[in-house]
Design a binder for this molecule. Sequence first.
Ligand code: NAP
Length: 231
Amino acid sequence: MANGSVVVVGGTQGLGRELAQSYADESRAVIVTGREQLRAENAAREIGRNTRGIGFDLADPHTIAGRLEDVDDVDHLVLAAIERDSNKVREYDIDAALRLVTLKLVGYTEVIHVLAPRLRGSILIYGGLARDRPYPGSTTVTTVNGGVTSLVRTLVIELAPTRVNALHPAIVGDSPQWRDMAPERHKALVDRTPIGRLVTMAEVVGASRFLLENGAMNGISLNVDGGWMCM
Ligand SMILES: NC(=O)c1ccc[n+]([C@@H]2O[C@H](COP(=O)([O-])OP(=O)(O)OC[C@H]3O[C@@H](n4cnc5c(N)ncnc54)[C@H](OP(=O)(O)O)[C@@H]3O)[C@@H](O)[C@H]2O)c1
């Protein structure tokens, strides 16, 4: 191991990028992807060392195989991309739902289909706690995050002995998505978190690397939530 690359789909920003950075800092070959080629290349340059950027849209799954054609010898594959969709069933936006369902279930699966023959290590898929704690507008997000858990279970069987796990973070306080939230909102969230603070990107990176690297971890859907689900 450790001669191939760590591929982070959705690695241009946020949790995926933080994980990519941790591997790049150890001089591992890293590939980060996002929707646009130029933005992916810029993110790769900022991450530095032996990092490369590739652009493709997960919601356009027929294009994925071509964009990943020259990626060989993959050590670990991480699927972290998300386009957030606030969608209530009474005001249903079909196009928004189709994009998120396609990118997170079909797009993720197509990436795995393409790279599985070139993969030596394990696969990690990001979901989220909206899976178990829905909120108004989370209909599509809750559905796809539930799908992530089911996807992991079938992939463990189909790709054996390749290990496949999922990680479901609670709200990550220092992630780009949440770090500028209003103080009242932040306080309300902290009040519902037993550790008295929101989880951090570094903690999500640590948990991600545990799932990717520990050879006993397989078929796990791990909450990284500071005890949120106990409340
Ligand atoms: N942040 C949190 O607190 C939190 C909480 C629960 C769950 N999660 C989960 O953790 C994962 C990472 O979340 P995050 O907050 O770090 O995300 P983020 O900062 O919003 O970054 C999203 C990433 O996905 C890429 N992306 C978006 N749409 C794409 C598409 N159609 N095709 C290809 N790539 C696409 C983006 O690339 P470009 O912008 O370059 O296109 C970017 O790299 C997600 O699965 C999310 O559901 C996060």
